[in-house]
Design a protein around this ligand. Sequence first.
Ligand code: CP
Ligand code: NVA
Length: 302
Amino acid sequence: MSVRHFLSLMDCTPQELNTLIRRGIELKELRKRGDLFEPLKNRILGMIFEKASTRTRLSFEAGMIQLGGQAIFLSPRDSQLGRGEPLADTAIVMSSMLDAVMIRTFSHSTLTTFAAHAQVPVINGLSDDLHPCQVLADMQTFYELRGDITSKTVAWVGDGNNMCNTYIEAAIQFGFQLNIACPDGYGPNAALMAKAGDRVHLMTDPKQAVAGAHLVSTDVWVSMGQEEEQKSRLALFAPYQVNAELLDLAHPDVLFMHCLPAHRGEEISDTLIDEDPRSVVWTQAENRLHVQKALLEFLVPH
Ligand code: CP
Ligand code: NVA
């Protein structure tokens, strides 16, 4: 049987994604009750981080430990990857010692090349193109607080980045309507847009995008790797700040999400995530742990 990878939300069927979310909620309840659940005893996850991380590293590492296994952190700085050892060779060696590998990388092709040579499941912990684990957590959060997201309206405001691309995949897989408001020239992946067809609408006006939306989501204006564009981006994206006034145009039951880390005073107003009851960013962050445990349970043979 061939190994299952999770490089994108498209690697699962809609039914599998819904099962993962429901399982994430069950595992959260188990943990809140203090019950031990250790199906991955003696299993080891390798984690390669080419970029910084707080939540992704913590949630995968803590998740593996809670499931009875362990995780090992590698970075190019202190592994042979940084000295030019081919990805394919690394994938063969890691597959021989570990039970799964999570990778946070720049180029998405790093993930596809690694997966092509790996004998164990490979998980995308963020690439320049996609961040599927985060959107799984977002979907769990919406399901917990509001129920089924099918046929609801979601608004993405700001940069057409890896998170925005993943929301397009989520619109296809979970069956919601997605309005994306980005400055001209900063839209999401065109091929994904074409694949989504009528499910997704691209516009430049954030007010139009959030009108009636049940979920509004945004992200930083300068993603990791774009630091040299900081000045021009901050000026260009200023009209795309999500604040209480913008959320007032959405559905009365709207939820606000941000994958974090956030920049108060830039993509969100100063007090939005600290004071506005519509913000659910802390639940969203916590759910990384629970839904990724469901993902590890699903992918790692035991
Ligand atoms: N949201 C997210 O992936 O956070 P980290 O960059 O801290 O992992
Ligand atoms: N778009 C951001 C997400 C960080 C979790 C980045 O890629 O830096």
